[in-house]
Design a protein around this ligand. Structure first.
Ligand SMILES: *Cc1c(COP(=O)(O)O)cnc(C)c1O
Length: 381
């Protein structure tokens, strides 16, 4: 299917291509000086003390859970309105994800009150997710979590370039997990970054990323080490130099790209409020700086979403849904606490539609999307 306006698009220039070619010419393909430079630049950009480039955000989330020694019998409170990776990371450790509700129509992030209702003596951690790059209420969540002695992991897959009160998202909790998947704001294909300010966590992350080995191939190549010990159960969650090279170039373009996403979001809001005011746009009152990863809208109750999305498709506009709630998936239904009290998540997720958003989108294309939206909406009423 060739879309008039696709949901997302990537933007690579000569810079990324040349950077990849330089890596190929260098003859060193994995975890070397380019990855180190990418990590340094990412630290400088986010203000994090430590940063570990990894294969993707899913493994970053797994490492973050593993470093907290989570296991069978432990519970981790997570949102249900997120990508399944947020909850899978918990399950990899043997711990149980316990789903919390969202705040409401205007804020699709996790509700502290719902977290508090899910709290039990078995709760060992919380994972929050900054939906579309809009910050969760980190000051309130961290204050309560601190009182309970609970670490908070941030799924910051949408939030590269997002901040709240001047502090980059992903650096508020014990660790933050970023995704560089192809459709994310900073894209390397597969790829991710795990950040922390905690030296103890950082030491564990270094081991978890590479088989629990005390020295890496790169160290030995540089003449820093002759052999190694294996001191913990680790994984191969490394990134390679090709992706790190792309990531460094994408990081340079990130602020400009996010600024364009912001302009487009503002334009969408203006046109939708004028032409189809019954369609609501969440995060109207958001106070932080968002990365504007996606453009979610909420249909009024009683509109058939499938028919609406088919109407958009007829006009050549690709739309999507963020997200089908995790607790309703077959593989999650049988978990304890699966289906209690997630009324807002279920009700609002069923009305959510994601519109195209990417830096190369033109204002004219936004007008096309909103025109299609009003056609699809009016033929569905
Ligand atoms: C994309 C995404 C992930 C997973 O990222 P990968 O890099 O593809 O593993 C996790 N959480 C959220 C919210 C995401 O959007």
């Amino acid at each position: 299917m060739s879309w008039l306006v696709p949901l997302s698009d990537i933007q690579f220039g000569a810079e990324e291509k040349e950077a990849v070619l330089r890596v190929l010419d260098s003859g060193w393909l994995t975890m070397g000086s380019i990855t180190e430079a990418f990590e340094e630049e990412f630290k400088a950009y986010t203000g994090a003390k430590h940063a570990f480039a990894v294969s993707n955000a899913t493994v970053a989330l797994h490492m973050a859970c593993q470093a907290l020694n989570l296991g069978p019998g432990d519970e981790v409170i997570v949102p249900s309105l997120t990508f399944v990776a947020t909850a899978n990371a918990v399950r990899y450790t043997g711990a149980t994800p316990v789903f919390a509700d969202i705040l409401g129509e205007n804020d699709l992030t996790i509700s502290l009150e719902s977290i508090q209702r899910r709290y039990t003596p078995r709760t060992k951690a919380i994972i929050v997710m900054h939906y579309a790059g809009y910050a969760c209420d980190m000051p309130a969540i961290l204050k309560w979590a601190y009182e309970k002695g609970l670490p908070v992991i941030e799924d910051a897959a949408h939030a590269v370039g997002s901040s709240l009160q001047g502090r980059h998202l992903g650096t508020w909790g014990i660790s933050g997990c970023f995704s560089f998947f192809s459709n994310k704001n900073l894209a390397t294909g597969e790829g991710g970054m795990l950040v922390t300010d905690d030296d103890h966590m950082a030491a564990k992350f270094r081991l978890l990323r590479s088989h629990g080995m005390t020295s890496l191939t790169w160290d030995r190549y540089q003449g820093h080490a002759w052999s190694y010990d294996v001191v913990d159960l680790g994984y191969n969650y490394r990134i390679d130099e090709l992706r790190s090279a792309i990531g460094r170039e994408q990081l340079k373009k990130l602020d400009a790209n996010n600024a364009r996403r912001k302009e487009l979001t503002t334009y969408y809001k203006q046109l939708i409020n004028e032409q189809v005011p019954a369609v609501k746009i969440p995060f109207e009152a958001h106070t932080g700086i968002s990365a504007y990863h996606i453009m979610p809208v909420l249909l009024p109750k009683g509109i058939d979403r499938i028919r609406f999305m088919e109407g958009m498709k007829r006009e050549g506009i690709q739309t999507s849904v963020h997200y089908p709630p995790i607790h309703l998936f077959t593989s999650f239904r049988s978990l304890p606490h699966g289906e209690q009290g997630l009324e807002l998540t279920e009700e609002i997720a069923a009305r959510e539609v994601t519109l195209p958003l990417y830096p190369l989108l033109t204002n004219g294309q936004v007008e096309l999307v909103v025109h299609a939206l009003s056609l699809a909406f009016n033929s569905n009423r």
